[in-house]
Ligand binder design. Structure first.
Ligand code: MLC
Ligand code: AMP
Length: 506
């Protein structure tokens, strides 16, 4: 009778008064206190009639209690579906409905809006605030501090993470217990994490990076996290002297480098800085080394696959590369047209296979077949090559994707909203280099008749799309550049507007 993920990440800490979460109010939650909280939440899930395989959607601020909901789901075999706080009701409606969530956990401030959605879908609704109060916690206090662990196999689903796509429709990536566990086991070893480690945790916990990489690796190692609600360079610097490691998106590193307090001394206690989710400029890598004497370790992953490659812990961390395939992960670069493997050094699409690769997209068998080959290789849509030393380089994207501050934005989603507005003939959304976010979306709009009302476009985006997806600029153009086949040449547009966000403007 087992539950592999619970048995590896959580059960070993039962009864242990070791520090787990250092909070910014100066308090520390021990592993045991955390697990007792999680068990009480698990009791609520039982009482509300959730059973293994049901989905729980959660859109709340980052807090120890939010992480405890994840632990409770693992213990009860309930599929955990965390959602970005920035999502609008329109976006939430889709996720709740599409996943068939049986329970939704939301911030008290959003309860009224979300109750309209759950009334329609039939989901139950409870609240959890940033301070760890709300109806979920009220119910949890009445529950015992230990609870039954539900049997699961490694092949059972543990989480759904929604990722957008080139068609503009989000897909629920189904991740099994084994996907998550195998990856955290590999990463713990590869990056030499132990119970002595203290991780600066400023990432959100609704994505792979902050939840499955950072939190799972720390749970497996038995170390502690300095658990911050959001990134702030000041707070990172304040707590760095008692931390050993940090994980972040490139924006974390450029913001730290912009801070004059970030010096060699400030970083002296740290043994490892890890970056991922978006490309780290070689320039950032070099500036970081010059400032601190340390090399950022860059790795590469995705929602569908967890982590695929990493620069080495010992050995050269090569700027501009994402390192080697992780143990157990097979990686090949293929011809996008034929799918055949290309010789070393040639540029093609990166495909990966291994225990880390997801099971498919929820209720989208056709989409799954398009991206996940029958032989188990997943077509990432990233363009890459392998250098003569075996390091993987990501040289671009075959998929039309913008990554802003580590958040993915699919242009199609924005174009659909803009094209629907009066006075718009068509639009093309492109990613333009941005000094803080790496890339930012810019909309190029072709007018129809009297032309569009820009305020109306902005308002339509605000209703339909999370703030981080909003175009930072809208450009009116008489016609979009097209090739002879009639396909919009986004590369030409990206080239025309590449200097739009200068450092001073951002
Ligand atoms: C916030 N805003 C963003 C944004 N984050 N806009 C564009 N891109 C972003 N990433 C908006 C806000 O809505 C706000 O709008 C304004 O920008 C400033 O808000 P803020 O609160 O000051 O932002 P800040 O807290 O500074 O957030 C920036 C950030 C954050 C980079 C720290 O976005 C972040 O933590 N990103 C990490 C994302 C992540 O975890 N990705 C991993 C995905 S997993 P207004 O209204 O004020 O203009 C994955 C797999 C893998 O990719 O390999 O890891
Ligand atoms: P997501 O769907 O949010 O998981 O984002 C995954 C995508 O982020 C990948 O397909 C890559 O395009 C990108 N990504 C992740 N890590 C890196 C990295 N180190 N360098 C470049 N791109 C990255």
């Amino acid at each position: 009778m087992t539950n592999p993920l619970y048995d590896a990440l959580f059960a070993p800490h039962l009864g242990k008064a070791t520090p787990f979460l250092h909070l910014l109010d100066g308090t520390t939650l021990t592993h045991d206190a955390f697990l007792r909280k999680a068990a009480q939440i698990g009791g609520v899930l039982d009482a509300m009639g959730l059973v293994a395989g049901d989905r729980l959607a959660l859109q709340v601020e980052k807090s120890p209690e939010a992480l405890a909901v994840y632990a409770a789901c693992v213990q009860k075999g309930v599929i955990f579906l965390p959602l970005n706080m920035a999502y609008t009701p329109v976006e939430l409606d889709y996720f709740i409905d599409n996943s068939g969530a049986k329970l939704v956990v939301c911030d008290p401030a959003k309860e009224d809006g979300i109750s309209e959605i759950t009334a329609r879908t039939g989901a139950q609704l409870v609240t959890l605030s940033a301070q760890g109060s709300g109806s979920l916690i009220e119910a949890a206090t009445a529950q015992p501090e230990t609870t039954h662990t539900v049997d699961r196999s490694g092949d059972d689903l543990a989480a759904f993470l929604y990722t957008s796509g080139t068609t503009g429709r989000s897909k629920g990536a189904m991740l099994t217990q084994d996907n998550l566990l195998s990856n955290s086991e590999v990463l713990k070893e590869y990056w030499a994490f132990t119970s002595e480690d203290v991780l600066l945790h400023a990432l959100p916990i609704f994505h792979t990076h902050g939840l499955f990489v950072a939190s799972n690796v720390m749970l497996l190692s038995g170390g502690a996290m300095i658990f911050m609600r959001a990134f702030s360079a000041d707070a990172m610097l304040e707590h760095m002297p008692r931390a050993t490691t940090m994980m972040g998106v490139p924006t974390f590193y450029t913001r730290l480098l912009d801070h004059e307090g970030f010096t060699r001394e400030a970083a002296a206690h740290m043994r490892l800085f890890i970056s991922g989710s978006a490309p780290l400029l070689a320039e950032t890598h070099e500036l970081f080394e010059a400032r601190t004497g340390q090399h950022i370790l860059e790795r590469y992953g995705m929602t569908e696959t967890n982590m695929n490659t990493s620069n080495p812990y010992e050995g050269t961390r090569k700027a501009g590369t994402v390192g080697f395939p992780l143990p157990g992960v097979e990686l090949k670069v293929t011809n996008p047209e034929t799918g055949t493997a290309l010789p070393q050094g040639e540029i093609g699409v990166i495909e990966v296979r291994g225990p880390n690769v997801f099971k498919g997209y929820w209720q989208m068998p056709a989409k799954t077949r398009e991206e996940l080959r029958e032989d188990g290789f997943f077509i990432t849509g990233d363009l890459g090559q392998i250098d003569s030393d075996g390091y993987v380089q990501i040289v671009g994207r075959g998929k039309d994707l913008i990554i802003s501050g580590g958040y993915n934005i699919y242009p199609k989603e924005i174009e659909i909203v803009i094209d629907d507005q009066p006075g718009v003939k068509e639009s093309a959304v492109i990613g333009v280099p941005h000094p803080d976010f790496g890339e930012s979306p810019v909309a190029v709009v072709v007018p129809d008749g009297a032309g569009p009302d820009l305020e109306q476009i902005t308002n339509a985006c605000a209703t339909a799309l999370a703030r981080f997806k909003h175009p930072r600029k809208i450009i009116i153009l008489a016609a979009l550049p097209r090739n002879t086949m009639g396909k919009v040449q986004k590369n030409a547009l990206r080239d025309d507007y590449k200097d739009m966000f200068s450092k001073s403007e951002s």
